[in-house]
Design a protein around this ligand. Structure first.
Ligand code: ZN
Length: 246
């Protein structure tokens, strides 16, 4: 089976639609969405509508999803993120709010385990290095964990006979999950606000038969997403950064 793993869509409908089209072209049968579906971008309602229409999708919440409906304290956000989250909350209908109200902040008892931040703190911790990943490997006995939050496509591998190693994941390059030899944590990067210097949308395909993951970078209409952000009166930096991938 081929499963599309998406994270950090951040209300970017143009990026989401480009990624979903690519996932279909890749014969993905299921979709995992690792949180922060809203926040920053101009289309929170349309993005949630699109996600709720997907068949066979598993959705969890990120810090922005929770903050939009008052389940996470936005005082931890910088001023740009906080301004965007107030605006986001105002755009949501009762149905959209109900969807966010019910999202779990992680999956329970599943392998793969799905979290937004880390296994230690599924909502808010950033897994950016081997030390932080090591704490997540120690916290629970999963073999495979998909996480998001950093907006960086990366994999952390903990071999059964050794320590934790982190690596960046390049476009269109299948990487073995080393099943039976190692435990892994994989981040698909961000659909709607990449931060690794490549402005193309990022997601991955997990091929359960081959035991591999492949990050795919997808071009989308960045100018359209930027224009919507500016027209909505959201902070201009949120539009500018999409073209930079930062
Ligand atoms: Zn995010």
């Amino acid at each position: 089976m081929r499963i599309a793993v998406l994270s950090d869509i951040h209300s970017n409908l143009e990026a989401l639609d480009a990624v979903l089209a690519r996932a279909r072209a890749e014969d993905a049968e299921r979709v995992y969405v690792l949180g922060d579906s809203v926040g920053y971008g101009a289309d929170p309602a349309a993005v949630l509508e699109r996600l709720s229409s997907l068949e066979d999708a598993t959705l969890i919440a990120g810090n922005h999803d929770l903050a939009a409906v008052g389940r996470f304290d936005a005082r931890w956000f910088n001023s740009v993120a906080a301004e965007a989250i107030v605006w986001t909350g105002e755009q949501l209908s009762g149905e959209a709010r109900a969807l966010l109200d019910e999202l779990p902040s992680r999956t329970d008892g599943t392998d793969p385990l799905l979290v937004h931040g880390s296994v230690v703190d599924p909502v808010a911790e950033y897994v950016t290095n081997e030390r932080i990943a090591g704490a997540s490997f120690a916290a629970e006995a999963f073999d495979l964990c998909f996480f998001g939050h950093t907006h960086l496509p990366m994999m952390f591998t903990k071999r059964h006979d050794g320590g934790v190693r982190g690596e960046q994941l390049a476009d269109a390059t299948p990487v073995s999950l080393a099943d039976g030899v190692a435990r892994v944590m994989v981040n698909p990067g961000s659909v709607g606000q990449p931060r690794d210097g490549d402005p193309r949308a990022s997601f991955l395909i997990w091929d359960t038969t081959a035991g591999s993951v492949t990050v795919l970078r997808v071009p989308y209409e960045i100018e359209t997403a930027q224009a919507k952000i500016r027209d909505a009166g959201l902070p201009g930096v949120l539009a500018d950064r999409l073209a930079l991938g930062r």
